[in-house]
Design a protein around this ligand. Structure first.
Ligand code: ADP
Ligand code: MG
Length: 201
């Protein structure tokens, strides 16, 4: 019998082991568009669980977005990566993705990176100044609500390692994001955090 565990990276699909109860709870939350906090110590499988649930939800027709906040050390980077992940979640086809970006983003500058042998990737930069900051934030973080309305599909967003957001500018951006999220009644947001991390800050 083969070893069901695969060490060293994130796991999904056939390598994903157990967690049936947690998965069912998250799927329930997705169905009801409830927002969920997933707390556990490091290396307990939060990211793996979230990604596996997203994979299954995608198979059921949801639009699924995953953002690892450890990869977004600044607010600007957060918004750039978020725009990229949202555009990726819309379609796997490059042309369609580009069209979506053209239609959707006015302040984000798409950058297409071409690497040999790979499908081109749309990256984003934003023109960042104190004048545009608010507009850029709104354009990015209000998108899941707009997509839900236009596509008539459930949108699921995972913010992995959410407490990292406090490093941007204290609690300000977090407050801004939460204000939008509260109005996104048909979107399911899943936040992960290392237990103890959030309340202690
Ligand atoms: N359900 C699972 N089945 C098999 N291996 C898992 C499972 N969940 C986590 N792992 C393994 O444990 C390690 C830590 O999981 P990870 O999702 O990165 O934890 P966390 O996000 O909580 O830090 C990963 O390298 C992964 O290989
Ligand atoms: Mg993790």
């Amino acid at each position: 019998m083969s070893n069901p565990f695969k060490y060293g990276g994130l796991v999904s699909g056939e390598y994903f082991f157990n967690r049936e109860k947690e998965k069912a709870e998250l799927h329930q939350a997705i169905e009801e568009a409830l927002n969920v906090f997933l707390y556990a110590p490091r290396r307990y499988g939060k990211s793996s669980l979230a990604l596996e649930v997203l994979r299954e939800a995608r198979e059921r027709g949801c639009i699924c977005v995953y953002l690892d906040l450890l990869k977004a050390p600044t607010k600007q980077r957060f918004l750039e990566l978020y725009a990229r992940e949202i555009s990726k979640s819309m379609t796997t086809k490059f042309e369609e993705r580009l069209n979506f970006c053209k239609k959707t983003f006015s302040r984000f500058i798409p950058k297409i990176s071409l690497k040999t042998g790979e499908i081109p990737e749309v990256e984003f930069e934003v023109t960042w100044s104190t004048q545009t900051e608010g507009i850029v934030s709104e354009e990015g973080i209000d998108l899941p609500r707009k997509i839900t309305k236009e596509e008539n599909k459930r949108v699921v967003v995972v913010f992995d390692e959410f407490p990292e957001i406090i490093n941007y500018d204290g609690k300000r951006f977090e407050g801004e994001l939460r204000a939008f999220i509260q109005r996104h009644e048909d979107v399911c947001y899943i936040f992960t955090a290392v237990s103890g991390d959030y309340s202690s800050r």
